[in-house]
Structures are given as structure tokens and as C-alpha cells.
Design a binder for this molecule. Structure first.
Ligand SMILES: C[S@@+](CC[C@H](N)C(=O)[O-])C[C@H]1O[C@@H](n2cnc3c(N)ncnc32)[C@H](O)[C@@H]1O
Ligand code: SF4
Length: 415
């Protein structure tokens, strides 16, 4: 580790915004499409979702087609409006869109859509924008919706990566989480993805679920290491007040997730996944080497620009962020009526962008290159280093393990 005085980032100008090395526009350009449908809404989940399991199949089929059409229309309109209409006034963003380096179709459960409809969404991005030939194209998938045929159709349409929610391999944890699949289904689904021609497969895990033991978590990680995936995301269970889990905890029916347990589980994940050859490249993400990282998520953490299309989707361009309504009905009706589904936007000032650059960039193990770090007072850096929250290496500003757990505090000290 360098000494604080020798390593304080000296980036006092505006190069971190105007001409960054790895962040902002240098990180690439992404497109995110959101598909909100889920068979059942898991009790912990706060994403923009619409449960369709209880609805008549014919109605659902019509809704899927209307929604996919609305996504295509919304994307086409955002693209036609051009970067100048999305960037903050005075940002000087005119002309054409950057080339797309990553596409992410997330949910919800995108793989509830018929395969041809989902493949059509991937193609619509290529129809509207210039997508680089080696772009990463990810689709989120629930294990119970998987099949070789589905993955073959997606691979044919250019999907390169599947991100699948396994959450746990302990049956009682899956029951608590209200998951609709057996513990072995994600393992079969990974094989189906490979057989269908998908090159990269990631599994999502959740740790710290009430009732989960350390042994459950160790077995879950050991199982992941046999699954043939090249990427793992592992999240501490987050309690959202407005979810059934939030209400059950308030009513004393469910134990609240424990921070100390989460910290222990996180350390076990680092230990076992590391021993299995996975690099811990971001707070919640591990990959079998740099080429297997999630390029689209790295774009977010490097403070890049992206279009967001669909229910609850966020877009970001040069410090302006906008987001659509979280209601599926309102989204579809607005787009069909030729109106905007955007529910809000904000323009961040330079100081806010600096805080955001730190909050995002320090999630990555690589941290921030000195050119990409906003100006930091040497004393503030020294203070954050003395508190054991950040370190520097070859001039790069990085979070320590403690700093990852106290990221808000680390950034508050730096900013
Ligand atoms: C938006 S979901 C989509 C994935 C897919 N629908 C599934 O559940 O398999 C992405 C991931 O977020 C994680 N997640 C969702 N809610 C969470 C929560 N409250 N706490 C921790 N992780 C959560 C889960 O690991 C999930 O797989
Ligand atoms: S299936 Fe995935 S997106 Fe849907 S409610 Fe469950 S965690 Fe959320």
C-alpha cells in the first residue's frame, strides 16, 4: 500500500468528467430492457414486477405481445429523439448515439415471454442502434422457465450470456424465499444453457435468509462450484419495508436478516469462491477471470451511459437520469397512446456526480484510476485511509473489505 501523502489523487481539474480514462463515456454504452412479469412475486423482491401466475393464459399471452411491442416502440422513440434530447441542457451531446457495447434484458422474468418474442427484442436493439459485433448480450432467466430450445433461440438472436436466479441450494431456504424451483433445477438449467449455445452463464445467490445456517451456505457455494458457471453474484438478503418480508418482520413472524451473519457469510463466499478460482471483482460479484465479468454491470459501476427501456427502467446520459413508471398498465397504455412513459428525471450537478462516481467506482475491486477519481482533499483521503476504509495501489483508489461494508461512510469521508 502506498503512503497517503504519496498517493493522494491529484486530479484537481475536470478531466475525470470531461475526458475520463475508463469511466463515463470511456466505459462503453449500454441498453437495458426491462420485462416485469413473474409467475409469483417472491416475498423479498422490490423490483418492478407484475405477477401473472393467477391470470388467464389467454390474457397473459395478449399482455406479453402488447408489452413487447411497447418496448420496441419506446426504444425506437428514445433512439429517434437522439442523445441531445436525453442529455442535460448544455452538455453538448448532439449527433448520433455511441455504439452499443452491452445489452441487458432484465426483470422480472424475461424468459416467461415466448422465445420468439424475447429474441425479437434482442433483434430490435440491433435494428435501432449500432451494436458492436462482440457486444455482451445478457438475458435474466428463472430456472423453471429454462429449456435447450429457449436458449438455442436466444443464442441464435445474439444472446451471449444468461444470468439465472438460483438463490440457494438448501430446500428450506428456497421455501422461505418462496422460490418456484427445486434445488437441482438451476444445475440442469445451466447445462441446458450450455447445450443451447450460450457462452457465459451466471448464477445469482442470496445469503443471510432467516433460518439459513452457515452449513447451508457452505453447501450452496460448494454446489455452485460444481455447476459449470463462469460468474456468480451473491447478495445479502435486503429487507424492503414495502414487501411481504418487510411486513412479516415488522409483525414478528420472520426474523430480520442479521448484519453480523451477513458479514460472516460474505467472508465465507470470498473464501470458497476464491478457492474455486473465482476473482472477487465487485462487492457482490465473482468471475472466472476478467473476460467473464459482467460487462454491462461494469459499465454501470464505471459510471457509464445507457438507455433504459420498460417498466421502472432507468436511463443515464452525461449526468441526467430518467425513469419510467413502475406500473405495467400505465407503461403500456402511455406508449400505445403515443405519450411518454417517463415518470421522472434528475440532472446531477458536478458535486453529485463526484459522489456517484465514488459510490459506483469503489464497488469494483479495481477501484478508480487517478484520472477518473473526482478531486479529493489529501486530508480527507488520509482520514478515510486511517479509518481503514480505502487504500491506494499504483495510484488507484480502492475500497478495503471493511470499506465495502461501509461504502457510504467511506464516500462521505472522501467527498
Ligand atoms: C431482479 S432479480 C431477476 C432474476 C430472476 N427473476 C430470478 O429471481 O431468478 C435479480 C436478482 O436480484 C436478487 N435479489 C432480488 N431481491 C433481493 C433482495 N431483497 N435481497 C437480495 N437480493 C435480491 C436475486 O438474487 C435475483 O436473482
Ligand atoms: S422471480 Fe426474480 S424478479 Fe420475480 S419476484 Fe422473484 S426475485 Fe423478483
Amino acid at each position: 500500500m502506498d503512503s497517503p501523502a504519496a498517493s493522494a489523487p491529484t486530479n484537481a481539474g475536470d478531466r475525470w468528467l470531461a475526458d475520463p480514462l475508463e469511466c463515463g463515456p470511456a466505459a462503453g454504452f449500454g441498453v437495458y430492457l426491462h420485462v416485469p412479469f413473474c409467475h409469483h412475486r417472491c416475498g423479498y423482491c422490490d423490483f418492478a414486477t407484475a405477477a401473472v401466475g393467477d391470470r388467464a393464459p389467454d390474457d397473459v399471452a395478449v399482455l406479453y405481445r402488447r408489452y413487447a411491442e411497447a418496448l420496441r416502440t419506446d426504444l425506437a422513440r428514445q433512439v429517434a429523439a437522439g442523445p441531445g434530447a436525453h442529455a442535460p441542457p448544455g452538455a453538448g451531446m448532439v449527433g448520433s448515439w455511441p455504439r452499443v457495447t452491452s445489452v441487458f434484458i432484465g426483470g422480472g422474468t424475461p424468459t416467461l415471454l415466448p422465445a420468439d418474442l424475447l429474441a425479437g427484442l434482442v433483434r430490435s436493439v440491433r435494428d435501432e442502434l449500432d451494436v458492436v459485433t462482440d457486444a455482451e448480450v445478457t438475458v435474466e432467466c428463472n430456472p423453471e422457465t429454462a429449456s435447450v430450445e429457449l436458449f438455442a433461440t436466444l443464442a441464435e438472436a445474439g444472446v451471449t450470456r444468461i444470468s439465472m436466479g438460483a438463490q440457494s441450494f438448501a430446500p428450506h431456504v428456497l421455501t422461505t424465499l418462496e422460490r418456484g424451483h427445486t434445488p437441482d433445477r438451476p444445475l440442469q438449467a445451466v447445462e441446458e444453457a450450455r447445450a443451447g449455445g450460450i457462452g457465459q452463464v451466471s448464477l445469482d445467490l442470496i445469503f443471510g435468509t432467516p433460518g439459513e445456517t452457515e452449513e447451508d451456505w457452505r453447501r450452496t457455494l460448494a454446489t455452485v462450484l460444481t455447476a459449470g458457471t463462469d460468474h456468480v453474484s451473491a447478495y445479502a438478503l435486503t429487507l424492503h419495508a414495502n414487501t411481504p418480508f418487510g411486513r412479516r418482520v415488522r409483525q414478528g413472524e420472520l426474523a430480520a436478516p442479521d448484519d453480523d451473519v451477513a458479514r460472516d457469510r460474505f467472508e465465507v463466499a470470498g473464501e470458497l469462491l476464491g478457492a474455486g478460482g473465482f476473482e472477487h471483482y465487485e462487492l457482490s460479484n465473482w468471475a472466472l477471470g476478467p473476460a467473464r465479468r459482467s460487462a454491462h454491470n461494469v459499465l454501470y459501476w464505471r459510471h457509464g451511459d445507457y438507455l433504459g427501456v420498460g417498466v421502472g427502467a432507468h436511463g443515464h446520459l452525461a449526468g441526467r437520469r430518467w425513469w419510467s413508471t413502475r406500473s405495467t398498465e400505465r407503461y403500456v397504455e402511455a406508449v400505445e397512446a403515443g405519450a411518454s412513459p417517463v415518470a421522472g428525471d434528475e440532472v446531477l450537478d458536478t458535486e453529485q456526480r463526484g459522489v456517484e462516481r465514488l459510490l459506483l467506482g469503489l464497488r469494483l475491486h479495481e477501484g478508480l484510476h487517478p484520472i477518473d477519481a473526482p478531486p479529493i482533499e489529501p486530508l480527507a483521503l488520509e482520514d478515510a485511509m486511517a479509518a481503514g476504509l480505502v487504500s491506494t495501489s499504483c495510484g488507484r483508489l480502492q475500497c478495503t473489505q471493511d470499506g465495502w461494508f461501509l461504502l457510504d461512510e467511506a464516500v462521505a469521508r472522501l467527498a
